[in-house]
Design a protein around this ligand. Structure first.
Ligand SMILES: [Cu+2]
Length: 664
């Protein structure tokens, strides 16, 4: 069973556990002795099952179980044991026909166990990992407050009904004043503890984590504003100049449907930018009427930091009437894309994206040279109001392709959720992932491919005599059909049952350019949901190590470092993790090492319960966004932090920067 399923099962058991303890408490107060006993037995059993599920989660990784093992279970265990002793014994004697079954201690201890179970569940959902002293103090105080309040209610009810059995009110005044003193003192202690806990949780975080490496050195500072791209092409290259004007536009899709889009140049997707390796790409971005402002980020393209398009970090946001010129050499061959990085959960969704494809300089790739025809299609997949639009076309589109033609389909996921891609009708190879060629990719067929948000696959095959279909999300009414001229239409069966290809086992291994075991720095990012500050406001955030942007500490690296990330997903949603400026090498998933071709990616999908190890070499100085590419998670939810090179500063304090006062 996957860790994701164990997480869900543990939540279900925790819920059952809470219900059973509350059930027992309520039945006790209602004098339903048999029911109370049954619920108590059930509660104890479910609590024991919970110990088992937490133990299994701990086995999968301490991150998954920390607050459950250190806070929830001890609290529940203590209260539950008291309940068994105080209420259980009484209930058993009652079953044999003596007494009413309820006692003050019994009722209070059973309810306290119920509060402990509930508090644990709430702590998991609201706070999660890591457990802090503040959280622990607040939780314990709340449970104790619940216990005291219950005792108060039970005694006063018993006073009113003159029920000696349940209350066993001490008669002498001395005892009453002792009880009052005890109640006041414990109340005061609880309030203090809760206050201290709350105070502790508002303490500012460390502004920087070093990942086990040295701290900041005294080296001379470089500003990101000076880390700009080359201003001339490589010998033999040309300059590719574009002016992109961002504006709102009504775009008419082939089906006749109109969408209110935000566009680069009135088009969705924006103008395709293409180049040959060594060319200089120069893009002048102008903003006509996007009030929120925007930027251009070159997704997966390792441009110098000043060209990266992170507002408030590498440049100011481009407001209406303003412009920004991006200039860099096309040194990386492959399939990439560009999009705004400002409030991108709205901007990209509404259409501020386009494609970037760089071809090798020395003509075709070896395997494509002998082909009579070449078909090279760039296919960004985007969803507008629930409709999948491929390369600007909705519905099903057809494309002619001669038998024997060498075909390359460049699929780009410009959405925030993964897409399932099936290429039906021919065996094919995944020749590149995220723009980088794989080592000895083999032929596959009848298989589903999971394309993470922001990711790219280059699918390569020789066109057969019959039609070929690209099916997205198993929807046979849409997608793309390649058809030999005069050939029959593709007859494609249901694709939803096809298994998913595991890229970590695809292709042949090859030596890495560095030894990832000798990492200079190692950062762990535990992804979760919880209450945290996001951009100065409390939110039910998507958190990294319990915090939201911009309160997540910066990760400090030095140029030349080998850096390792452990990314753990405790939440119930997929997080496509994306580091700017560097591809990362996938090392392992859930402890199982990658055995296929080296996979250098800029986005990897961390599904619920998964733990990924990745590594990269810090060779591109700058201040880089490191975030979830589910854009609402990043920009609304706060799942975004920065990787900072030692000695690099930014003059732009803005939306992606740390809060004022944390500048460098
Ligand atoms: Cu996410």
């Amino acid at each position: 069973m996957t860790t994701g399923l164990w997480i869900i099962l543990d939540h279900v058991v925790a819920l059952l556990c809470t219900t059973a303890w509350f059930g027992s408490g309520v039945a006790l107060t209602l004098r339903r002795t048999r029911l109370a006993l049954a619920c108590l037995v059930a509660a104890v059993l479910v609590t024991l099952v919970r110990v088992g599920t937490v133990a299994i989660l701990a086995g999968r990784g301490w991150w998954f179980a920390q607050e459950k093992a250190l806070l929830e279970l001890p609290l529940l265990g203590a209260a539950g044991a008291a309940a068994v002793v105080l209420a259980g014994r009484k209930l058993l004697t009652t079953r044999r026909g003596q007494g009413s079954g309820a006692s003050l201690g019994g009722v209070v201890s059973v309810f306290t166990a119920a509060y402990a179970a509930l508090a644990g569940l709430v702590a998991t959902f609201l706070v999660g990992y890591p457990l802090t002293v503040g959280t622990a103090l607040i939780t314990i105080s709340l449970v104790c407050a619940g216990a005291l309040l219950t005792a108060r209610v039970v005694t006063s009810t018993a006073d009113n009904t003159a029920d000696v059995d349940i209350a066993q009110i001490p008669e002498d005044r001395g005892a009453i004043s002792r009880r009052r003193f005890l109640a006041w003192t414990s109340g005061a202690v609880m309030v203090t503890a809760a206050g201290a806990g709350t105070g502790l949780s508002f303490l500012p975080a460390e502004s920087v984590t070093r990942g086990g490496g040295p701290g900041r050195s005294s080296r001379t500072a470089v500003s990101v504003a000076d880390l700009r791209g080359a201003d001339s092409p490589a010998p033999g290259g040309t300059v590719r100049r574009h002016i992109l004007t961002a504006k709102k536009a009504t775009v008419r899709l082939p089906s006749g449907r109109e969408i209110d889009a935000w566009t680069y140049d009135g088009e969705v997707p924006g103008p395709a930018i293409t180049a040959t390796k060594g060319d200089l790409i120069e893009v002048r971005l102008r903003n006509a009427d996007i009030e929120d402002g925007l930027t251009l980020h070159w997704h997966g393209y390792d441009v110098p930091c000043g060209e990266d398009g992170a507002p408030g970090v590498t440049q100011p946001v481009v407001t209406p009437g303003a412009e920004f010129v991006y200039r860099f050499r096309a040194d990386q061959v492959g399939t990439y894309w560009y999009h705004t990085h400002h409030a991108s959960h709205i901007g990209v969704r509404k259409g501020l994206y386009g494609t970037l494809v760089v071809q090798p300089r020395d003509g075709q790739r070896a395997d494509e040279q002998s082909a009579p025809q070449q078909v090279d299609l760039t296919l960004p997949v985007h969803t507008f109001d629930g409709t999948v639009v491929i390369a600007g076309r909705d519905g099903q589109t057809e494309q002619p392709a001669s038998p024997g033609a060498s075909v390359r389909l460049r699929l780009i996921n410009t959405d925030s959720d993964p897409h399932r891609i099936v290429l039906a009708g021919t065996p094919f190879r995944i020749s590149a992932v995220d723009g980088r060629d794989l080592n000895q990719p083999g032929d596959v067929s009848d298989i589903g491919l999971r394309l993470p948000a922001g990711g790219r696959f280059d699918l390569v095959f020789v066109m057969p005599d019959t039609a070929v279909a690209v099916v997205v999300d198993d929807d046979l009414t849409g997608g793309l059909r390649l058809r030999p001229p005069g050939g029959a239409s593709a007859r494609i069966g249901d694709t939803s049952a096809l298994p998913e290809l595991d890229l970590l086992r695809y292709g042949a291994p090859a030596a890495a350019p560095f030894d990832p075991r000798k990492a200079d720095r190692h950062f762990t990012m535990v992804l979760d949901r919880g209450v945290a500050m996001v951009d100065g406001r409390p939110a039910y955030a998507h958190t990294v190590n319990g915090r939201g942007h911009p309160s997540i500490p910066d990760q400090l690296v030095a140029e030349g470092d080998i850096v390792r990330f452990t990314v753990v997903n405790r939440s119930l949603e997929t997080h496509p993790w994306h580091l700017h400026g560097h591809p990362v090498l996938l090392l392992s998933r859930d402890g199982t090492p990658s055995t296929g071709s080296p996979l250098w990616v800029d986005t990897f999908d961390v599904r619920p319960g998964e733990t990924w190890e990745v590594a990269f070499r810090a060779t591109n100085p700058g201040i880089w966004m490191n975030h979830c590419h589910n854009l609402p998670h990043a920009h609304q939810g706060g799942m975004m932090l920065r990787l900072c090179y030692d000695g690099v500063t930014t003059p732009f304090g803005g939306s992606h920067g740390r809060s004022p006062g944390h500048g460098h």
